[in-house]
Design a binder for this molecule. Structure first.
Ligand code: NAP
Length: 247
């Protein structure tokens, strides 16, 4: 593949895999991270950190860095950067591809309760529920605000709000094995798991653990994202990139 600059909007394991494969093929890759995680895992290629300053800032960056193609490989719940990428690429005339694994689907034996948002999920939980909250750091406030809930909030960095009595913070970075997840749910007497529907092969262990223990899972649906060409796997995305970059 030609050595033209590809910008990967990252922050996911998939984004790191894409960066590794494209660098192997001789592509000049810059991965962009929001800069939220203190010690992020470094992908292959170049790295830039921090927000761009909205869609306008991103469009200016695309021009200045002579970016030939943008890959949005951010998490399915990172809706703002996805909107910004769509708007900036349209304004700058730069093609945009998105990597998005299919959402998880409930199977026989799963006890899922659908929620449209974190706020709705917090409201759905029954009084007295003991929760394993695995939704990251940004949206924990509605759970912490409900006096009748307690449990474990697991995330990589500190949350932006104080952790109330009854809740414990577990600072940990995935992956977690099925056995680790079963042990945590059992040891903490968890009654409900709360998860975002991230999709993909990683992160499903907690769902499988809840199923094994017959626990209900409050599953938060993905937010709406802009309509851009999607690849459902790292391999499919790398093929799409090769087609776009070939002379
Ligand atoms: P968000 O709400 O969509 O974005 C908020 C702002 O953060 C954006 O407007 C942008 O700032 C900046 N930003 C986000 N991703 C960026 C990137 N890759 N490079 C440069 N700036 C970025 O995103 P979020 O939900 O806070 O997620 C932040 C990062 O964490 C994302 O990269 C995402 O892939 C990763 N992540 C998120 C989740 C989740 O559940 N939300 C889970 C795992 C990983 P400017 O407007 O200033 O450009």
């Amino acid at each position: 593949m030609a050595a033209r600059t590809v910008l990967i909007l990252g922050g996911t394991r998939d984004a790191r895999e894409v960066a590794g494969l494209l660098v192997q093929k001789g592509v000049d890759v810059v991965t962009s991270l929001a800069g939220v995680t203190a010690a992020p895992e470094h992908p292959a290629g170049r790295l830039r950190l921090g927000g761009f300053g909205g869609a306008g800032g991103l469009a200016a960056y695309l021009a200045a860095a002579q970016v030939a193609l943008v890959i949005d490989a951010t998490h399915p719940f990172a809706a703002q950067i996805a909107r910004n990428a769509h708007e900036a690429c349209r304004a700058a005339g730069v093609p945009l591809l998105r990597l998005e694994r299919p959402a998880w689907q409930p199977a026989e034996g799963d006890r899922w309760i659908a929620a449209a948002s974190a706020e709705e999920a917090a409201g759905i939980l029954p009084e007295g529920a003991r929760v394993l909250l695995t939704i990251g750091r940004k949206e924990v406030a509605p759970f912490f605000a409900r006096a009748g809930l307690s449990g474990i909030a697991r995330m990589i960095e500190e949350p932006p709000v104080a952790v109330p009595p009854g809740w414990s913070l577990v600072r940990a970075r995935p992956p977690f094995s099925l056995q680790q997840e079963i042990d945590l749910l059992s040891a903490q007497a968890i009654s409900h798991l709360v998860s975002k529907n991230a999709g993909g092969r990683l992160g499903r262990e907690k769902i499988a653990a809840a199923k094994a223990l017959q626990l209900p899972v409050v599953m938060i649906a993905r937010p709406a994202r802009p309509d851009v060409p999607l690849s459902g796997s790292v391999e499919a995305l790398v093929e799409a990139v090769a087609r776009l970059l070939s002379p």
